[in-house]
Design a protein around this ligand. Structure first.
Ligand code: DDH
Length: 291
């Protein structure tokens, strides 16, 4: 016989596919950047997660702390208010989804829609009720620094050298904005397409850009205004990172599958689910293990 719990479950079954469709439907934005808000949604999912510290088990994609000034106002998160604003109508339409789930799912949908791999995504993140649990500022990487800084930041999250390089491949997407980070320009000629281009670019020549802004590199042999950050250059200057850069430049399959694995790991950082999560009335079993 059907129990009261089953009945509630049927009525409140969260429709993640509907949310996915609505996210996919807002990506194309002719008047924004290169015509898509996909890249900035990927960056939102990454910055929501990349504050994780494995020693203290603080930070990470749970909480949606960027809604508060303590985290949203971190200069490292400048510009992500646009990503949050783009997603707000979807939150209004599906109020049962948490912001923390919505932001990570938006990154996963954007990657897929821009031609990238399927990254596994599981719901169950909760939103902080206030800013007291927000991680301290300064945990996200600083593009002006080098390999030792990358290791310091990403080892703290629990990643290894191969994973650091695979994650960095997300820079085939999007661009820097001088009014957000101070840096300027895209890494790839197709910034709204997920690709291995970021790694191929390491085969070309780069020199320091002469301008008023922070140190960044510009390409000298492609005839395009492409850029690299000092942290991007660190990947080809470091002998342990370089072999992975070369591998991913040649092997699209390897990059796509390694990226899918590491991005899924990234968006799980700091997420703890209740033991009875799978049977919680508002979460169907199927929805509990989404792909
Ligand atoms: Fe990044 N990134 N990122 N990044 N990132 C910027 C933009 C984008 C660093 C610095 C910058 C990852 C790692 C690093 C994306 C995804 C990912 C910008 C420009 C800077 C600066 C922001 C602006 O001005 O608008 C540094 C440093 C690192 C590092 O040290 C490794 C990772 C791991 C990811 C990921 O998604 C897995 C994306 C996408 C963008 C483009 C955003 C946009 O608006 O376009």
């Amino acid at each position: 016989p059907q129990t009261q719990k089953d009945a509630t479950k049927a009525v409140h079954k969260p429709d993640y596919d509907a949310v996915r469709k609505d996210i996919a439907s807002i990506l194309k934005m002719p008047d924004y950047d290169d015509g898509s808000c996909g890249p900035v949604l990927v960056r939102l999912a990454w910055h929501a997660s990349g504050t994780y510290d494995k020693e203290t088990n603080t930070g990470g994609s749970n909480g949606a702390g960027m809604r508060y000034e303590a985290e949203g106002g971190d200069p490292a998160n400048a510009g992500l208010e646009h990503a949050r604003r783009f997603l707000e109508p979807i939150k209004q339409k599906h109020p049962w989804i948490t912001y923390a789930d919505l932001w990570t799912l938006a990154g996963v949908v954007a990657i897929k829609e821009m031609g990238g791999p399927d990254c596994k995504w599981k719901p169950g993140r909760t939103d902080f009720a206030d800013e007291s649990k927000c991680p301290p500022r300064g945990r996200l990487p600083d593009g002006a620094l080098a390999a030792d800084h990358l290791r310091h930041v990403f080892y703290r999250m629990g990643f290894n050298d191969q994973e650091i390089v695979a994650l960095a491949g997300a820079h085939s997407l999007g661009r820097c904005h001088s009014d957000r980070s101070g840096f300027e320009g895209p890494w790839s000629v197709t910034p709204t397409k997920f690709s291995t281009q970021y790694f191929k670019l390491t085969k070309f020549k780069w020199e320091k850009k002469t301008w008023e802004g922070p140190v960044q590199y510009k390409n000298t042999d492609l005839g395009e205004e492409l850029m690299m950050l000092p942290t991007d250059m660190a990947l080809i200057e470091d002998e342990k990172f370089l072999p992975y850069v070369k591998k991913y430049a040649e092997d699209r399959e390897a990059f796509y599958s390694d990226f899918a694995a590491v991005f899924s790991k990234l968006i799980e950082l700091g997420v703890t689910r209740d033991d009875d999560y799978e049977s919680a009335p508002t979460m169907s079993k199927e929805a509990g293990d989404e792909k």
